[in-house]
Design a protein around this ligand. Structure first.
Ligand code: ATP
Ligand code: ATP
Ligand code: MG
Ligand code: MG
Ligand code: MG
Ligand code: MG
Ligand code: MG
Length: 261
């Protein structure tokens, strides 16, 4: 009798703790590749930045936005992507574990499915996987601070990695390069790059995608494109775009008021 009670659904379900994300806040899901240092070695990514790998990440992000319509904006760099869900989103009744797991799982599947498109000559040697977390931001100001933080991080890491790999390619060992860069300020790194490359302001000649990361969002389609597709041109036509934007500057958000609504 007692044993039978234990398998009643109410009893089993009573252990379930449903964690819901705070209502009326921006939800950010940040995913990050697991052990991508190794993954990028195994698959011989170009260092410090493999454009194919970044374009693959961007393409996966486009698929995520197309699937989860409540995601209004996303920003990616290296092996990470941040997805912003609109404040009112009721996706999975805002249950954190469902939202995070669905985004991470779709992203990982797309990465595997699209691999050949971006690395036609390279076999996928082991399955890529990602972890994810959800954080709520109560105001759009704080959300923009979060995104600015990621873009600043992109710049700092990229400047370091560019120096590191230039030292390595000039003949230093990895630990020598690391010691050499220990404690250097941004200005010193800038000068080091100019000296090693022989190009003034070398850093700023690098592709914008490496220096600024990538943004993926729903953007208004050009009227011309809408006309070409034979739809009526009453403005309400959006598509997911990949763009290289400065999201720290307020001007980007002022130019795209529909993103944050
Ligand atoms: P963890 O599992 O803790 O996230 P990780 O090895 O993935 O560890 P990260 O801090 O996430 O470490 O850094 C990702 C690493 O993946 C980078 O340091 C870099 O070596 C590599 N990487 C990711 N994307 C690229 C790319 N486009 N080009 C070259 N290397 C890349
Ligand atoms: P949700 O996204 O809400 O989970 P769902 O379509 O995945 O919706 P579930 O309640 O999870 O619905 O049910 C899974 C459905 O997938 C089943 O109803 C069945 O139609 C189908 N399905 C799953 N596994 C099998 C299988 N091995 N053979 C046949 N059908 C299957
Ligand atoms: Mg990680
Ligand atoms: Mg990682
Ligand atoms: Mg990372
Ligand atoms: Mg389900
Ligand atoms: Mg199901």
């Amino acid at each position: 009798e007692e044993d039978a009670n234990k398998i009643k659904p109410e009893y089993v379900k009573s252990f379930l703790h449903v964690s819901k994300l705070m209502p009326s806040t921006w939800i950010v899901i940040r995913i990050d590749g697991c052990h991508f240092h190794r993954f990028s070695d195994v698959h011989e990514f170009e260092k410090p930045n493999d454009a194919r790998a970044l374009n693959l990440m961007n393409s996966c992000a486009v698929s995520v936005l197309e699937e989860f319509k409540d995601i209004v904006f996303s920003y990616g760099v290296s092996d990470e992507y941040s997805f912003v869900l609109k404040k009112e989103s009721q996706l999975y009744q805002r249950r954190s574990s469902e939202i995070v797991s669905a985004v991470v799982s779709l992203f990982s599947s797309m990465y595997t499915m699209k691999w050949k498109e971006f690395f036609p000559q390279k076999e996928l040697k082991h399955p890529p996987y990602f972890d994810g977390r959800a954080v709520c931001y109560p105001t759009s100001e704080i959300l923009l601070d979060y995104l600015a933080w990621r873009q600043v991080d992109c710049h700092i890491n990229n400047q370091y990695n560019t120096c590191f790999w230039m030292l390595v390619k000039s003949g230093k060992s990895k630990s020598e390069a690391q010691n050499y860069l220990k404690g250097t300020q941004a200005q010193e790194k800038h000068e080091l790059l100019t000296r090693l490359s022989g190009i003034i302001d070398y850093y700023n000649t690098l592709p914008l995608m490496f220096r600024q990361g990538s943004s993926v969002f729903w953007d208004k389609q050009e009227e011309e494109e809408i006309a070409n597709q034979g739809k009526d041109a009453v403005g309400k036509c959006y598509k997911v775009v990949v763009d290289l934007c400065n999201i720290i500057e307020k001007s980007f958000w002022e130019a795209h008021p529909e993103i944050l609504g």
